[in-house]
Ligand binder design. Sequence first.
Ligand code: NAY
Length: 292
Amino acid sequence: TKNFAGEYAALLTPFDQKENIDFKSLQSLVVNAIDQDLTGVYVGGSTGEAFLQSQAERRDCLESVAESSLGKLNLIAHVGSIRTKDCCELANAAKGAGYHAVSAVTPFYYGFSFDALLDHYRAIVDAADGLPMIVYNIPVLTGVALSDMQIEELLNLENVIGIKQTSIDLYQLEKIANRNPGKIVFNGFDEIFLPGQMAGAQGGIGSTYNVIGSKYKEIQKLICSGDVGRAKSVQKSANRLIDLLVLVGVIPGLKYILQQKGIIATDTVRAPFRMLDSMQKRLVDDFISSAL
Ligand code: NAY
């Protein structure tokens, strides 16, 4: 089976001024991931504003990215939503479009039982028709807090190969990684990429990789060569950008930076997200001119 370990950009979805998907900019984001020598892309996740898109738009994005990747990236399709049937449709589309894996967030909002969650993942795996599944655990946004045992049960479902652990609980990450040696754990919060690797993650998936993907690759190399001191200083420099993005809003902030760099055409986000105001833009401009 394919080795998925590595660094993945959680792709943004560029829009034109009317909030329609800008496929040309989407293609150049994919090229930008290839240029940064990233392992792959994670398409249609939180960063992709997936929950603000229709099913048809999500499917079109999956297809467009697969075409633009030219076989140079590992392709992970995020197909999660709270309606099982929608996830299954997207999983099936991902298989057809040539994706290497699917991923799905734990269904949120209604407080579904754990048995319901298990059935949900079984159904998606079935629809993905042989593609491996990466569970997406992001308790701070879903409100779904999984215990270590529940995570283990999810990891033991057929075709589940790993988990994207977007949590600051590094102790839980360590337990998942060490108790499930055959599974892969991706770090989800970019600001703790280095600590995540120390705790047992084998790579990461994140929004800021679109802009500073090479930093995470460098941290990984430095860990391998035993130079944790230098790895810490690269993480530190990444975190000063992340501080700023968290302050102004990660998705609009990243879109503004990518637009300024000429990679995407507009910094439009979908309502109710808001674009940066002029003061926030000035903060980002000052940072870019001094650090990026
Ligand atoms: C996704 O599905 O797109 C992700 O989860 C990517 C991970 C990001 N998490 C969230 C909640 O946006 O990259 C992180 C995050 O933006 C970054 O660490 C800043 O907090």
